[in-house]
Design a binder for this molecule. Structure first.
Ligand code: ADP
Ligand code: MG
Ligand code: MG
Length: 254
């Protein structure tokens, strides 16, 4: 597989008639880890949901391509098949479907007809990855996210990512509600997967996660736009000084 590339150009998105993304551009290539940081309500999850094709989010203008293909024309399941993966801020429960069944059908959808993974290979790989993520074996047979704690849900999102091997992984506040041990496990999973075949977009409110998942690029998002981009030092400056200096520079009041 060649090095993936997701290109977002001047994206404008509205929700229920209200403009949330106001011209956002970003390019993510395989091997790169990008972090988007920004205050609450700035449109970070809107970006994630739009990239996945959530019907509530209306693209007013701009473009999104994956390896040159128009993502905005694809249905959500097609985006997933093509290798766009979203670990959601609030993962949903799927009652009646076990984790193992869910993962196996997602993998097979991604691999395509005639190229399904064998049961034995699947089980072995799942066991290996679950053990790597320090998940109890019983999780394989439990219904997806049902009764999982916050930390277990986030680990499960990372398990899905590791099994699905996406081209572009978007992690929306994967650190929210995690204690330090769970955070380390989640980061271990992402770092294990890091490589030229996958680009990562980490969305976070706090700098803490970025001590464990080292970003190559840090972007600050405010009021629906990326207002600053830089290296990891930008996250450190945010941690030390908050957002006020940017607001001042931009002349934003709140
Ligand atoms: P962030 O993830 O940066 O905290 P969000 O993308 O969740 O921000 O929200 C940005 C803005 O869009 C907020 O004003 C929020 O109320 C609004 N919004 C987001 N999703 C929805 C939705 N599904 N329905 C209504 N409003 C929404
Ligand atoms: Mg939020
Ligand atoms: Mg959010």
């Amino acid at each position: 597989m060649s090095q993936p590339k997701l290109t977002i150009e001047d994206l404008q998105v509205s929700v229920e008639g209200k403009k949330i993304l106001k011209g956002l551009s970003l390019e993510i290539k395989g091997g790169e880890v990008h972090a988007i940081m920004g205050p609450n309500g700035t449109g970070k999850s809107t970006l994630a949901s739009t990239l996945m094709g959530h019907p509530k989010y209306k693209v007013e203008s701009g473009s999104v391509t994956l390896n040159g293909e128009n993502v905005l024309e694809m249905a959500t399941d097609e985006r997933a098949r093509k290798g766009i993966f979203l670990a959601m801020q609030y993962p949903s429960e799927i009652s009646g479907v076990t984790n193992a069944d869910f993962l196996r059908s997602a993998i097979n959808a991604r691999r395509g007809e005639g190229n399904e993974i064998s049961l034995i290979k699947f089980v072995r790989e799942m066991e290996k990855k679950m053990s790597f993520l320090e998940m109890k074996e019983s999780f394989a047979q439990r219904y997806v996210n049902e009764g999982f704690s916050g930390g277990e849900k986030k680990r499960n999102e990372i398990l899905q990512m590791m099994m699905l091997k996406p081209q572009i992984a978007i992690l929306d506040e994967i650190d929210s509600g995690l204690d330090i041990d769970a955070l380390k496990v989640v980061a271990k999973g992402v770092n294990e997967m890091k490589g030229p075949e996958m680009g990562v977009l980490v969305i976070t409110h706090y700098q803490r996660l970025l001590n464990y998942i080292k970003p190559d690029y840090v972007h600050i998002m405010m009021q629906g736009r990326i207002v600053r981009s830089g290296g990891p030092e930008l996250a450190e400056k945010l941690e030390a000084e908050g957002y006020d200096w940017i607001k001042e520079e931009l002349g934003i009041e709140d």
